[in-house]
Design a protein around this ligand. Structure first.
Ligand code: PEP
Length: 247
């Protein structure tokens, strides 16, 4: 049985004052029946982990370097995230793929570095609008899966988020059928590659304009084990009903 997961990606948002959102989140959802992961900017990871200590709410990074350490000014290694209190890290978010020209092989190396450091790698996949309109979605997802997912994946060390690029921050959401088609496709390929046991244990999140108003219907789609939420994770007033829809 896969445990549901509500993950929040704060992106480049959040200063010290934002930690009050975590305090209020913990007030309502401490030791919830679902997993909760918040990925604040790196500057807040340590304090966020302290703020959520003993609440069951986990803290993650938004990216890590593929190398463990070294001459990489401005970058952060997976072990450093762990040391700061993170238990997971997002890799391959479409904004990183686009803004930093990250390719599947980079994402795979980062995911491996995360897993080697003892973190859960939350790997993002998703097609552009042009790719969807050209009916290439499943081919794109297949290529991203074989290119970005390392061989040592398990249900504990890896989570996959299907995030159609055209749905991120736009208010546009695929139909429930479209979400279901991609999630079923990912599940089948995971089972084929890693065997039924491991393939069935890896959690699949949907991401892209998830809001309190659409969360419940998305969570009812088979093979949707939760959500990766951007904008609506910043305020507890928005994120809390999404978590509740998963419980
Ligand atoms: C995201 O950044 O991963 C995301 C899904 O953003 P939003 O929920 O704002 O569309």
């Amino acid at each position: 049985m896969r445990r549901k997961l509500a993950a929040g990606n704060w992106k480049m948002n959040g200063i010290s004052a934002s930690l009050t959102e975590l305090e209020s989140l913990a007030t309502v959802h401490a030791n919830a029946g679902v997993d909760i992961l918040i990925c604040p900017p790196a500057t807040l990871i340590h304090r966020a982990a302290e703020t959520t200590k003993d609440t069951g709410i986990r803290i993650g990074g938004q990216d890590c370097h593929a190398n463990a350490a070294g001459a990489h000014t401005g970058d952060i290694g997976a072990q450093m995230l762990k040391d700061a209190g993170a238990t997971a890290v997002i890799v391959g978010h479409s904004e990183r793929r686009e803004d930093h020209d990250e390719r599947n092989e980079d994402v795979r190396a980062k995911a491996k570095a995360a897993i080697d450091a003892g973190l859960t790698a939350l790997i993002c996949l998703g097609e552009s609008l042009a790719q969807r309109e050209a009916a290439n979605t499943l081919d794109i997802i297949a290529g991203q899966m074989s290119g970005s997912i390392p061989d040592l994946a398990t249900g504990e060390n890896m989570v996959i988020a299907y995030e159609p690029i055209w749905a991120i921050g736009t208010g546009k959401v695929p139909t429930l059928e479209q979400i279901g088609e991609v999630h079923d496709f990912i599940r089948t390929r995971l089972e084929r590659r890693f065997g039924e046991g491991v393939g069935r244990s890896i959690r699949l999140l949907y991401g892209g304009s998830v809001k309190p108003a659409n969360a419940a219907e998305i969570f009812a789609v088979p093979n949707v084990d939760g959500a990766l939420v951007g904008g609506a994770s910043l305020k507890t007033a928005d994120f809390s009903p999404i978590i509740s829809a998963l419980e």
